[in-house]
Design a protein around this ligand. Structure first.
Ligand code: NAD
Length: 364
């Protein structure tokens, strides 16, 4: 992180980046008390208010902090559009000089919460990397525009079960396109990452009769999956070449790349991790290998979708379940469209985003 003394040199970079960005604008604030910077990147509000998580992180430079927020905000525009939700793409980055705890953390969050409140609902936010449900509770005391928090009960909500359900539905839909049946009984799914999403996904797949391969850097989680879910443990280094029907990346990004693609021994990639492809060209590499890839932003939106619905007053568990499982229908449509055109599902998904945005802009 740059110190204030070097900011003059850096500011040219961020000024240019803000001006050159295709999004609608960036709200910036310097927080003197914690020497942190706040960037709220507002990408496109064609479909509704700018909505996306709040990330707290230390970055090597301000330029990288801003770039991260802008990239994530654009990703949210695509995610909301493909999910058919009435929200626009936004993202907040709190670029902190180092780990913030206690009063300093709370102070930053409260001042940031008041900044969000001052935008009058044009930007709505929730938890993201580096922020916690407790942080959201603090924010919720300063602004009503926080997702993932039940105002009536004061309860913190966890998006992971909804995300897992959307991925599960997407895997079944993907299997229908690739193998001709959505029956998961007897399919082998490799789950990389047994965290909040991966563990619940493993349970759901197990209940559906799928055979599980699991990998996690945390050996205790793998042992538990072997014991409780009958999973076979795969070394993390062997994930790319492990034979399976479906590979579900559910830990870190960029595991699908020019090095791993030639070794992949699956027919379908469908998991919760963000940014699974290391670079855009990987989508075409997968087409060449005959591996169907469900774009991450299509399949991992169950948590965002349910929080969006809940913040609009939808609480019926059955409705939420139905809406999240409908992610499977979107996956089917996109895989079919891509197969018919001989293109990657990423291209089909991106085209759908443009279509949805254009239709909404025309309707205004
Ligand atoms: P988590 O932190 O709870 O779990 C991540 C798991 O991955 C942990 O068990 C960790 O030990 C393991 N892991 C880390 N590095 C690994 C590696 N190199 N190889 C194998 N395992 C590794 O995270 P989560 O909430 O379960 O989210 C998982 C992924 O899904 C993340 O990429 C996240 O951004 C994405 N995602 C999550 C949600 C959600 O609702 N939680 C929504 C959308 C996207």
């Amino acid at each position: 992180m740059s110190s204030p003394a070097t900011m003059g040199a850096v500011s040219g970079g961020i000024e240019e980046r803000i001006r050159a960005w295709e999004g609608q604008g960036v709200v910036c604030r310097y927080d003197r008390e914690t020497d942190s910077w706040v960037f709220i990147s507002l990408h496109r509000d064609t479909l509704g208010p700018f909505t996306g998580g709040t990330r707290m992180k230390s970055y090597p430079s301000l330029d990288e902090a801003l770039e991260d927020g802008q990239r994530l905000a654009a990703g949210m525009t695509a995610k909301w559009a493909v999910l058919g939700m009435p929200y626009g793409g936004g993202k907040a980055v709190l670029a902190v000089p180092g780990p913030l705890e206690g009063g300093a953390r709370e102070g930053l969050l409260r001042r940031y919460g008041r900044l969000v409140a001052s935008l009058g609902g044009r930007f709505r936010t929730g938890e993201d990397m580096g922020t916690t449900p407790d942080d959201m509770c603090i924010l919720a005391e300063e602004t009503e525009f926080v997702h993932g928090f039940d105002r009536e009960t004061g309860e913190k909500l966890d998006p992971s079960p909804y995300t897992a359900r959307g991925v599960w539905a997407g895997i079944a839909a993907g299997c229908a396109e690739v193998f001709g049946s959505d029956d998961l009984d007897g399919r082998t799914v490799l789950i990389e990452g047994l965290g909040h999403v991966g563990w619940r996904l493993a349970e759901m797949l197990r209940e559906s009769g799928a055979g599980l391969l699991v990998a996690d850097i945390d050996g205790a989680r793998c042992e538990r999956a072997a014991r409780e879910l009958g999973a076979t443990v795969v070394e993390t280094a062997q994930v790319a070449s492990a034979e399976c029907d479906v590979y579900a990346p559910s830990a870190i990004g960029a595991t699908v790349n020019r090095d791993t693609i030639p070794r992949l021994a699956c027919r379908l990639i469908a998991g919760s991790a963000n940014n699974q492809l290391a670079e855009p060209a990987d989508a075409d590499r997968l087409v060449e290998r005959g591996i169907a890839y469900v774009p991450d932003y299509v399949i991992n939106g169950g948590g965002a979708m349910s929080f969006g619905l809940m913040s609009n007053g939808e609480k019926d568990p059955e409705t939420l379940r139905r809406r999240v499982e409908a992610i499977g229908d979107t996956v089917s449509e996109l895989l079919r469209e891509a197969a018919e055109r001989g293109e990657s599902p990423v291209a089909a998904a991106n085209r759908r985003v443009e279509r949805v945005l254009a239709a909404s802009a025309r309707a205004e």
